[in-house]
Design a protein around this ligand. Structure first.
Ligand code: SF4
Length: 178
């Protein structure tokens, strides 16, 4: 862990030493260039940061699909906070931030809008988006996405409402469990 941190610090000073202080946008591009170089050289130790980062803002989901391993009762009910995001100074390096990574519904996070707004303002050059089941989409979120999302995947599972209902074991939200 410590060596990883030091490698990242080293990469940071490498990028600064090359041409002096740069904007975050330049850091993201140079990080990508460094990452490409390291990939081509098959470097065993990376000085670059990831160029694509996926962050699950919530491990709670609003529904329970038959085919999914998600379980409301065993999920840890963890939420990423705006402060968590702000504390990760290195987040300026990736070119793409995916606000979803597998299981859970990021829009459950009560700070989702604040986090998204912060990312739009702080990292305007990044690509950002997410996959959502769409159950918590509202006008405010749609407006936010129109301003700052590079993609939104709405996972609807089925064309027919009967199939949709069959695939969703429980609408946990309707039962007052969220
Ligand atoms: S919406 Fe996605 S995360 Fe939620 S239960 Fe269905 S497949 Fe799993």
């Amino acid at each position: 862990m410590v060596s990883k941190f030091l490698r990242r610090k080293e990469a940071e000073s490498y990028m600064q030493d090359e041409k002096g202080v740069k904007s975050s946008k330049t850091f993201a591009q140079e990080n990508k260039d460094l990452n490409d170089q390291e990939y081509k050289a098959r470097s065993p130790l990376l000085r670059s940061y990831p160029t694509y980062v996926a962050i699950n803002l919530s491990d709670v989901c609003t529904v329970s699909c038959k085919f999914c391993r998600y379980n409301f009762y065993t999920s840890h009910k963890r939420l990423v906070t705006l402060e968590d995001i702000k504390s990760q100074e290195w987040l300026k390096y990736p070119q793409t931030i995916d606000l979803f990574c597998g299981v859970g519904e990021s829009l459950v996070n009560p700070q989702f809008k604040d986090i998204f707004q912060y990312m739009m303002e702080t990292f305007p050059y990044q690509y950002r988006g997410l996959t959502t089941n769409g159950t918590l989409m509202d006008d405010q979120i749609i407006r936010l996405f129109l301003k700052g999302a590079s993609w939104i995947h709405v996972s609807v599972n089925a064309f027919k409402i009967e199939t949709y209902r069959d695939l969703l074991r429980d609408l946990l939200m309707d039962k007052g469990m969220l």
